[in-house]
Design a protein around this ligand. Structure first.
Ligand SMILES: NC(=O)c1ccc[n+]([C@@H]2O[C@H](COP(=O)([O-])OP(=O)(O)OC[C@H]3O[C@@H](n4cnc5c(N)ncnc54)[C@H](OP(=O)(O)O)[C@@H]3O)[C@@H](O)[C@H]2O)c1
Length: 339
């Protein structure tokens, strides 16, 4: 008998829609392979929510993700998450609202409400975890629940799973990560001779960069991912303010050429170094040598290298950088919560 896993989705943008579509597509596969019957019971926008499970239009709806939540007969303006999490159901909150790195909202309120009502969490959003990592983990610990956040820590690129499972028993002495595909793509185009403005414009036209690209190009997206990885992997309580952060706005084709002349390449590196009990985390463009494990991470690819005491250097690269890849990382987290 498959285990029923109710899922409530907050945020219905690129990732939320991709998650709904993927969960429906993979439903039979996940039931057969993992014995889990995933059911997305409700989805929320900022203006309200809709129940999906009992809605006769829901199957058609999932196959046509361009449709709006408001077109469903169950759409209820003003419906709140707490109206749905009434204690009679227990499952997973799939959190995909915008990442606000200052307040953590709306994800923070949603995640607290879900944990306090006995729901696990699979998050793609970074804001809540960045602002109140320790607080959320403490509620989860008290309640015996899981918070997973692969979607917030480079998504399809396995970072947390490697750090917290594969490297168990090893000391992580350092981390280098190329954690943002957008900036890696732009730096690659600068190396080919494009100016920063032209490379950014091109990335926006291709849909690789956001209309407001500042989170990525000023280094905050990488910083936030590094913060969460370090906190989860090393049991730290880093805040975003603890990181020295520099983005890529000042990188030019000339600086890439100068690096190349020395056999190096400029990459935006999220770096954690450790000197005994003293930790330092930073984000900056760094000229890395051909022998560096991330030297050949090109285009929108990402990569992470863990430097350990007993396992040597462990490197992971690749992974899809798009909403479907992010949705797939959330699906992985949900499967791993219950398997
Ligand atoms: N795009 C990616 O590939 C990617 C990759 C990794 C992580 N992420 C993270 O995943 C999250 C979602 O990304 P996205 O690209 O899907 O962004 P998005 O397209 O802007 O979707 C977020 C959606 O949340 C809705 N929303 C805003 N306030 C809300 C509230 N109070 N309650 C419920 N819904 C609310 C917004 O629509 P309404 O205001 O109309 O409801 C919006 O459609 C972000 O935190 C992002 O950092 C994204």
């Amino acid at each position: 008998m498959p285990k029923q896993v109710p899922i409530v989705l907050t945020g219905f943008g690129n990732v939320g829609r991709a998650f709904l579509k993927l969960a429906r597509e993979k439903h039979a596969f996940v039931r057969e392979r993992y014995g889990l019957d995933l059911k997305i019971v409700a989805a929320f926008r900022s203006t309200g929510g809709a129940m999906l499970d009992d809605d006769p239009g829901a199957a058609t709806f999932a196959a046509s993700p361009e449709l709006k939540l408001e077109t469903l007969p169950t759409w209820t303006p003003g419906l709140r998450l707490v109206d749905v999490l009434d204690g009679s159901l227990l499952g997973v909150l799939a959190e995909t609202t915008p990442s606000n790195l200052k307040t953590g909202e709306p994800g923070l309120g949603y995640m607290r409400a879900a944990l306090n009502r006995g729901w696990n969490i699979a998050a793609a959003s970074k804001g809540a975890l960045s602002v109140n990592f320790a607080g959320l983990m403490e509620i989860a610990r008290r309640q015996g629940l899981s918070i997973k956040f692969s979607g917030a820590t480079a998504a399809s690129l396995p970072t947390l799973d490697v750090a917290t499972i594969s490297l168990s028993g090893a000391e992580i002495l350092g981390i280098d990560g190329i954690l943002t595909g957008t900036t890696n793509h732009i730096l690659g185009r600068l190396e080919e001779g494009l100016t920063f403005d032209a490379a950014l414009r091109e990335a926006q036209i291709l849909g690789i960069a956001e209309p407001d690209p500042s989170m990525d190009i000023d280094g905050w997206d990488t910083a936030c991912k590094l913060q969460l990885i370090v906190n989860a992997a090393l049991g730290m309580g880093l805040t975003l303010g603890d990181l020295a952060v520099q983005g890529i706005r000042d990188v030019t084709p000339e600086s890439q050429r100068a690096a190349r002349a020395e056999g190096k390449i400029l990459k935006l590196i999220g770096r954690m170094t450790r000197d005994g009990d003293h930790f330092r985390a930073s984000v900056a463009p760094v000229a890395i040598e051909a022998s560096h494990p991330l030297y050949r991470v090109h285009g929108t690819n990402k990569g992470i290298a863990f430097f350990t005491d007993t396992m040597g250097t462990v490197v992971v690269t690749g992974g899809k950088s798009d909403p479907r890849g992010t949705a797939a990382s959330m699906l992985k987290d949900i499967i791993n919560i219950y398997r």
